[in-house]
Write a protein that binds this ligand. Structure first.
Ligand code: UD1
Length: 309
């Protein structure tokens, strides 16, 4: 039994990691500033450090005694970073730096960092492979790239084991549709359940490798303990891609709605197409996405329905 620190553990992906770790019998501590995380996402009795990782001393308190650190805390929004480069830099870069130093000093066995597909930017080549040259086009993408570069530096310079798992548009239960910065699937489900039109930025032909959260949890837990992966950057996704127009259709079918979408101006900093090559995850982590897109979408809609009763 190991002690895992999940940063951002009250958030969407973090809380799924907490749940999976407890289920298999590991011990868990969470650090969260509850900016977007919610206490209701945490099982009762979980050890919680309530604080902001970018503030001095919080990371040190959080990592003490931990074997593994799963770093999920972030302000995870491309458009929000375009609006607020300073605030998102503090959360996504300063917080990561504090955590890396504290993890190094506490003798953590390995830190897994939540990277982002946005790091690949807008190059036309698909699918995205980890050895492609990063080309961030927004503050968020650059902040995530800086985070993974720092992880690799801490591995080579200080011997702290790190792995970056690059996520591709994760969705699932507990992804709150509470702000315009929320993930598109949560916003589309919310709109269609309420009988409203989903708002599409652009022509709807942009594509994403939408990944159900259970697949990400599996990839991250593997990355925490797999042999021979320290210092690596690894895509964790499904390897497919669908357009927003296809997404709207899929949600409409599950919800039983034919309310049409509204097309709006394209969003600043938007990447056109995104699709992962997951060969490396398969080879180095033994990863295989087990929940297909449509099954995940059905489970997500079912969760949203429990909210509105
Ligand atoms: C990006 C990253 C992803 C990262 C995530 C964090 C890429 C390819 N992906 O996702 O790795 O984890 O940020 O949030 O960069 N959209 C609408 N209507 C809406 C909301 C969004 O049409 O109401 C569109 C967006 O313009 C975009 C797509 O849906 O084209 C997906 O948007 P979003 O869910 O915000 O995620 P990304 O920005 O793709």
């Amino acid at each position: 039994m190991s002690l895992y620190l999940v940063t951002g553990g009250a958030g969407f992906i973090g809380s799924h990691l907490v749940e999976a770790l407890l289920k298999r019998g590991d011990q868990v501590r969470v650090v969260d500033n509850f900016s977007t995380g919610r206490r209701e996402n945490l099982p009762t009795g979980v050890d919680v450090v309530d604080g902001d990782l970018a503030d001095d001393g919080v990371a040190v308190r959080a990592v003490g005694g931990c074997d593994y650190v799963l770093h999920q805390a972030a302000i995870p929004s491309v458009p929000r970073s375009v609006k607020d480069p300073l605030g998102t830099h503090r959360a996504n870069v300063d917080g990561t730096m504090q955590l890396l130093v504290a993890s190094r000093d506490a003798g953590v066995k390995r830190l897994v960092f939540a990277g982002s597909s946005s790091t690949y930017g807008n190059s036309a080549v698909l699918p995205k492979r980890e050895d492609m040259r990063p080309s961030p086009i927004t503050p968020y993408a650059l902040q995530k790239y800086i985070g993974e570069q720092y992880c690799q530096l801490f591995t080579s310079l200080y011997g702290l084991e790190t792995v970056t798992t690059r996520y591709f548009n994760v969705f699932g239960p507990r992804q709150a549709p509470s702000s315009p910065y929320s993930g598109v699937i949560s916003l589309f489900i919310k709109a269609l359940l309420a009988g409203q039109s989903p708002l599409i930025h652009g022509d709807g032909r942009q594509t994403r490798d939408f990944t159900y959260v259970a697949n990400v949890v599996d990839g991250v837990l593997r990355a925490a303990t797999a042999a021979g992966v320290s210092g690596e950057v690894i895509n964790v996704a499904t390897g497919g891609r669908i357009s927003l127009l296809e997404l709207v259709r899929a949600v409409q079918l599950i919800v039983g709605s034919d309310t049409p979408p509204i097309l709006d101006a394209p969003r600043e900093g938007d990447v056109k197409d995104s699709q992962a090559d997951i060969f490396k995850a398969r080879k180095m982590l033994g990863y295989d996405p087990t929940v297909p897109f449509e099954d995940g979408l059905r489970q997500t809609v079912a969760w949203f329905k429990t909210l509105s009763v």
